[in-house]
Design a protein around this ligand. Structure first.
Ligand code: SAH
Length: 231
């Protein structure tokens, strides 16, 4: 099966599972997921499954990326923050649907590789940062949309604070290995917060702080020592 045929099959599967936002579907069609997938998993780039990206982290399942992106109600005029750059795939999809995308990753190597992909794909409206996403991005706040692609035990208050009035925060909440819930928080014009539950998900944990500078180098294309396939 050609890459094109696999891509069409994936988009049809996403439609069947309730992704009906045409902007989201066309972003999924236009962004080459294979550019974000390690060499060893190239043949699975258009399967609806999560794939390892090293450091025990994963590139989320396309269905989950589509679902979160749709839930975010992104818009060409808006400034969006993503926590957990990982491979950069979710950021690349979102960058097609917003004005400017800011993305934070705690692993320097993942951030650097993602940035190289953005450059290669000429996605010029993405700004990356290495740091702890719990802190958000105070210099650029507030954001109209915030998406967290790792699961926190509870909603990080700082991120809620960095949401503009009318803003939306989509994030998985819950412990690793347990049922996690995808939440959508909407800030009303008067600052009140509305909460919606969007179903069960599985994500790697949102970890506090950044790793020490000396890191074990990732084995090329490998899943890292504790390779795990979540989300
Ligand atoms: N959005 C990614 C999915 C990445 S998995 C993609 O499309 O590929 C979650 C990512 O969140 C991992 O890369 C992990 O290192 C990162 N992460 C976990 N805790 C973090 C934190 N506190 N701050 C920033 N990034 C974090």
């Amino acid at each position: 099966m050609t890459v094109e045929a696999r891509k069409i099959r994936l988009v049809m599967e996403l439609r069947r599972t309730g992704i009906n936002d045409t902007h989201v579907l066309s972003a999924i069609e236009r962004i080459p997921r294979e550019a974000f997938v390690p060499q060893a998993f190239q043949d699975q780039a258009y399967e609806n499954r999560a794939l390892p990206i090293g450091f025990g982290q994963t590139l989320s399942q396309p269905g989950v990326v589509a679902n979160m992106t749709q839930a975010l109600k992104a818009d060409r005029r808006l400034k969006v923050l993503e926590i957990g750059t990982g491979s950069g795939y979710q950021a690349a999809i979102l960058s097609r649907l917003c004005r400017r995308l800011y993305t934070i990753e705690r692993y320097r190597d993942l951030s650097r590789d993602a940035e190289a992909r953005f450059h290669e794909l000429r996605l010029h409206n993405i700004t990356t940062r290495v740091g702890d996403g719990h802190k958000g991005w105070p210099e650029q706040a507030p954001f109209s949309r915030i998406v967290v692609t790792a699961a926190a035990n509870e909603v990080p208050g700082t991120l809620v604070d960095q949401l503009s009035p009318g803003g939306i925060l989509v994030l998985p909440v819950g412990q690793t290995g347990r049922e996690q819930i995808l939440l959508r928080l909407t800030r009303g014009e008067d600052g009140e917060i509305f909460e919606e539950h969007l179903g069960g998900v599985r994500f790697v944990p949102l970890v506090a702080g950044v790793p020490a500078v000396v890191e074990l180098r990732r084995v090329a294309g490998g899943a890292g020592p504790q390779g795990r396939t979540l989300a």
